[in-house]
Design a protein around this ligand. Structure first.
Ligand code: TXA
Ligand code: MG
Length: 332
């Protein structure tokens, strides 16, 4: 039976090395405990997707509203086909991008064993095969789908190191597998294949252009309007937010603001900044995505009341970066 500690903030969280920890992490997951693990995008807060109590604990530990469904992670497309119905488009996307930072939302396959709590009672399911070798080892060892939202408190900045996970969830989860710093740095792109034209629900680590090239057609847009609709993932208007107020497209700096630069451009009044970090000095969007959440956390930790962010171009990974910044800047 699962233990009932879960949401209680008093359990020491073990830090496991990937060399010795994968087997232990799998045992913990199979007994209903929660284990954070690295993926190529951000660290995930893992729980056994087939165990309703474990899934409930994931929502509780994150403080996440239960109408926002979770991604089930699996080791390969063959396992994924037992959970979701793959049409031609989904097959093409899985073939092109798995393992990797793409999540497919599909109709559930008959007999799908994933807890209805994980899918928020929808008839669809979100599936992803992550590319991180530690994540894949863990998923193979567990042999069951693993739900994994980002391993931070709901609404906050996503974790890209094991330290971030421990500072947010330490004492609330059984263990974290430490796989170092994640390389992509923004979450997976979420694409729904529920209608004839696949729909982009969340920009992320695979660019829109790369997906459209494989599909040979333009993606439909996420419906806006109803911000909490389960159709619209991570679309809660305020999300990914640091404690400090965040201001985008800053072309000048107010006294005492912390500043997040991109490239070589310098906003006016930069000398008035309390702290300055650069997402990528050379203007590389891949490097910028990898640095985004860690830099936001560092600037937030300085105690500055506001973070001014220089403009980031809305192309390639810039779409996902700006999406996260927009939500971090949204009124709370
Ligand atoms: O990169 C990632 O995707 C990371 C790593 C850990 O894999 N995970 C992640 O999970 O970002 P989370 O829970 O933060 O985001 C999952 C998104 C949510 O915005 C949710 O609304 C959407 O996927 N989603 C899940 N199931 C869905 C469904 N059936 N229909 C529509 N959207 C769904
Ligand atoms: Mg998240």
């Amino acid at each position: 039976m699962t233990e009932r500690f879960k949401a209680s903030p008093s359990v020491p969280t073990k830090r496991l090395s990937p060399e010795e920890g994968v087997e232990r992490a799998a045992e913990l997951l199979l007994t209903g405990r929660l284990v954070a693990f690295p993926t190529e995008t951000v660290y995930g807060l893992g729980g056994d997707a087939t165990n309703g109590e474990a899934v409930a604990a994931v929502y509780a530990v994150k403080g996440r509203p239960a109408f926002n469904p979770l991604i089930s992670h699996i080791a390969n497309v063959a396992v994924a086909r037992r959970l979701g119905r793959f049409g031609r488009m989904a097959e093409a996307l899985a073939e092109a991008f798995w393992p990797g930072p793409l999540t497919l939302v599909l109709e559930q396959a008959p007999g799908c064993p994933v807890s209805a709590l994980a899918t928020a009672g929808l008839t669809s399911i979100a599936l992803r095969v992550p590319a991180h070798p530690v994540a894949l080892d863990l998923l193979r060892e567990v042999g069951r789908p693993v739900v994994a939202p980002s391993a931070n408190r709901s609404g906050g900045v996503s974790p890209t190191t094991a330290e971030h996970v421990l500072s947010d969830l330490g004492g609330r989860i059984a263990a974290v597998l430490d796989g170092g710093r994640t390389v992509v740095g923004v979450e997976s792109t979420v694409v729904a294949c529920l209608a004839e034209v696949p729909r982009l629900l969340r920009p992320g680590g695979i660019t829109r252009a790369a997906i459209e090239r494989v599909l040979g057609m333009a993606l439909a847009e996420a419906p806006d309007g109803e911000p909490n609709a389960p159709q619209a993932p991570g679309m809660l208007a305020s999300h990914y937010a640091p404690r400090a107020r965040l201001r985008m497209d800053a072309r000048e700096v107010d006294p005492g603001e912390a500043v997040l630069l991109f490239g070589r451009e310098r906003p006016a009044g930069l000398e008035r900044a309390s702290t300055v970090l650069n997402l990528s000095e050379s203007g590389d969007l891949i490097e910028a995505a990898a640095n985004l959440f860690a830099h936001l956390r560092r600037l937030d930790a300085t105690g500055a009341a506001a973070i001014a962010v220089a403009p980031v171009p809305e192309e390639d990974l810039g779409e996902a970066i700006n999406d996260r910044l927009r939500r971090a800047a949204a009124p709370r």
